[in-house]
Ligand binder design. Structure first.
Ligand code: NDP
Length: 499
């Protein structure tokens, strides 16, 4: 190479004398501890990793934009959803239970995390490729994830543990039906839909509020792997999804999703046939049809995986004016948990890193701490102050509220609406959306999964669980597992209860 190459330096920028040899006393003598260049190489190497995410550890990301092509201003005043607005964004897709090196084609939900760098600050929509979830109360989230990860004694995952948790948590049935269906293993990240999953609130410029659900429909079409294809791909190329996304964008084949929303007038929530804030339920399209909003295009690969994908920190608490929360108890928990995990994983100033940093000026009263590099200089550090410091805007801030009935502090079940039960919507999916081939694949996947090191007692509960979803599926699972058929349990009571 004729071009002059740069000189290696220490991290302080001082020229280094040798890239390959330690400083020793004679050719065979001991290594000198004051060889700080080599010592610091070792020290930095030992600190190269940040803790991997407890969930969604294996992920891939890409930059792009969101463009609002329709007029939904009657529902929200959020700047990014005003007609014609184009907002830069970053997306991270992931599996849930596996660690950093785990295969992309595992049967698992996929994370669908979006960060929009809007002119009103960052808006994060941290969803999945499924419209529902396994549990409906954040109190059960950690237990659910423990059941999907590894046993403390053997360090291995356990199908027994997974079915034990699921069958004792009947609210999981809808999500487990999707997981065990063909959609349980997307062919690529490009070929899956994304959902905000929770119900959120929108508010228009006149102050009117709505409940809303987000659906990102893949323009590439939904494509999946069969269980056999997924297992084969896991050994052939554990990074198949990562490679596919990277290559498509490098080849100029930018993947695209259309955003549709379902909108429920605020007052209808009270009497809707399903509890609209229950994360285990969808709103059937016949009740609330899809309203088009815009399109999301991912057209730029990260330059640095660690800086952009690993250090990205998404939090559902990042909301912008015109978008708010709902009383979904899982969402309430996630509002705390996501920011907290990034404080632990990356550090208290993770939002100063370029991937997380908003494209608008930040004027908060939080400052200093490990690795801060955006310093406030001579600025008041408390509010209220008479020194010209920032002042909150009660009119236009991002807080959205909703009315709650006064009540006693207690540990309540979700209020049950007319048609709420744990199995009904899963049954609808099996009977009305799937065809025979999809039902066959569902049974095959359940039987395969529940055969591997699952006890007879748990298998009986597996049969009862599927019988509650659908009598025919339950009987076929019983036959596949060589267990007796089970009676369906009576529909659950509609009485709200508290403990
Ligand atoms: P629709 O017929 O209007 O919609 C059915 C939906 O199911 C479509 O969005 C379709 O996605 C999706 N779908 C197809 N196969 C699967 C699968 N194996 N796993 C998950 N989703 C799948 O029906 P309804 O709105 O009345 O809902 C009926 C059932 O469909 C629900 O009980 C729920 O299980 C499921 N569903 C409903 C959604 C909703 O928000 N209403 C969203 C997703 C699923 P696509 O258009 O990509 O084919």
């Amino acid at each position: 190479m004729s071009e002059k190459r740069p000189t290696t330096t220490t991290d302080s920028g001082v020229p280094a004398t040798n890239d390959e040899r330690s400083l020793t006393v004679g050719p065979q003598g001991p290594t000198a501890l004051h060889d700080h260049y080599v010592v610091q190489k070792m020290q930095h190497f030992n600190r190269e990793r940040v803790p991997e995410r407890v969930v969604h550890a294996k992920g891939s990301g890409a930059h792009g934009f969101f463009e609002t092509t329709e007029d939904v201003s009657q529902f929200t005043k959020a700047g990014l959803f005003q007609p014609g607005t184009r907002t830069p964004m970053f997306a991270r897709f992931s599996t849930v239970a596996g660690e950093q090196g785990s295969p992309d084609t595992a049967r698992d939900p996929r994370g669908f995390a979006l960060k929009f760098y809007t002119e009103q600050g960052n808006y994060d929509l941290v969803g999945n490729n499924t419209p529902v979830f396994f549990v409906r109360d954040a109190s059960k989230f950690q237990d659910f994830i423990h059941s999907q990860k590894r046993l403390p004694d053997t360090g291995m995952r356990s199908n027994e543990m997974q079915w034990d948790f699921w069958t004792l948590s009947p609210e999981s049935a809808h999500q487990v039906t999707i997981l065990m269906s063909d959609r349980g293993v997307p062919r690529t990240y490009r070929h899956m839909n994304g959902f905000g999953s929770h119900t959120f609130s929108w508010q228009n410029s006149g102050g009117e509020k709505f409940w809303v659900k987000y659906h990102f429909k893949t323009v590439q079409g939904s494509e999946t792997y069969t269980e056999d294809e997924a297992v084969e791909m896991a050994s052939q190329d554990p990074d198949a999804h990562r490679r596919d996304l990277r290559k498509a964008i490098d080849d100029g084949d930018a993947p695209e999703w259309k955003l549709e929303v379902q909108v429920m007038p605020f007052e209808e929530a009270l009497d809707y046939r399903f509890n609209p804030f229950d994360l285990t339920k969808v709103w059937p399209h016949s009740d609330y049809p899809a309203i088009p909003v815009g399109r999301m295009v991912l057209d730029r690969n990260p330059d640095n995986f660690f800086a952009e994908v690993e250090q990205a920190g998404f939090s559902p608490s990042n909301l912008v004016p015109g978008i708010g929360l709902s009383p979904d108890k899982m969402l309430m928990g996630r509002i705390f948990s996501y920011h907290d995990t990034h404080l632990h994983r990356i550090g208290p100033n993770y939002e100063q890193l370029p991937i997380n940093s908003p494209k608008v000026e930040v004027h908060s009263y939080n400052f200093d701490g490990p690795m801060t590099y955006i310093n406030k200089g001579d600025q008041p550090v408390y509010a209220p102050n008479s020194k010209g410091g920032p002042v909150a805007d009660g009119e236009n801030g991002a807080d959205l509220s909703w009315e709650v009935e006064g009540g006693e502090l207690g540990r309540y079940e979700n209020p049950k609406h007319r048609e709420d039960d744990d199995f009904g919507q899963a049954g609808t999916l099996v009977r009305e959306v799937m065809d025979d081939a999809k039902r066959d694949a569902l049974v095959e996947n359940i039987v395969g999964h529940a055969s591997a090191e699952v006890t007879g007692e748990t298998q009986d509960r597996v049969v009862a669980y599927w019988t509650n979803v659908d009598r025919g599926i339950g009987d076929r699972v019983a036959s596949g597992l060589k267990r007796s058929t089970q009676a369906a349990t009576p529909p659950q009571a509609e009485v709200p209860s508290s403990v």
